[in-house]
Design a protein around this ligand. Structure first.
Ligand code: NI
Length: 177
């Protein structure tokens, strides 16, 4: 296990769509080690999600862990650490809502992004089983943000009002709550 370096906006590999994880790789020691490294990296940097391309591994793989409780996003439900392999997002209801998003690959900034708030995610578990999750509200935003990384997209691509891209410090001083 190891903390890996998170690559940042400007690194060209963040912009390359990732490859599917091959079925035969699931459960392999290589993939298990990669997931362990992602968990160590997420915990070291602090955050609620990490996609493999952020540590320069071009695979459709992400982890999400939402601590829950009171946060800058309001009162949110916890989600234990979960591994998503080859996830596909389907919009159930296109009604959008906005959140101030941040990203470990775009450190020090916050941006206001509107996304659909009701989605269905189909994915493969770390045990190789097919699974589905229906997500609403803040969770729907988190999943779309993470899985955008697998398509070479960053949240800044989805900011419609460029005045709503700000430094974290100024966000906390002038805009929080
Ligand atoms: Ni991100």
């Amino acid at each position: 296990m190891a903390v890996r370096k998170i690559i940042r906006m400007g690194h060209p590999n963040l912009r390359i769509p990732a490859q599917d994880v091959p079925a035969q790789a699931i459960g392999s020691s290589e993939l298990t080690r990669l997931v362990d490294d992602m968990v160590d990296t997420l915990h070291d940097y602090g955050g609620i999600g990490l996609a493999a391309p952020q540590i320069d591994e071009p695979l459709r793989l992400a982890i999400i862990e939402i601590p829950g409780g009171h946060s800058r996003y309001g009162e949110i439900e916890a989600m234990p650490l979960t591994v998503f392999i080859n996830p596909v997002v389907e919009v159930v209801d296109g009604t959008t809502a906005g959140y101030w998003e941040g990203c470990l690959s775009v450190p020090g900034l916050r941006g206001f992004v509107e996304r659909p708030q009701h989605v269905k995610v189909s994915y493969t578990t770390s045990q190789g089983q097919p699974a589905e999750l229906e997500l609403q509200g803040f969770w729907a935003t988190v999943f779309q943000h993470e899985f955008d990384h697998l398509d070479g997209r960053l949240y800044i691509d989805r900011i419609t009002d460029p005045t709503k891209l700000v430094f974290e410090e100024e966000f906390n001083r002038y805009l929080a709550d």
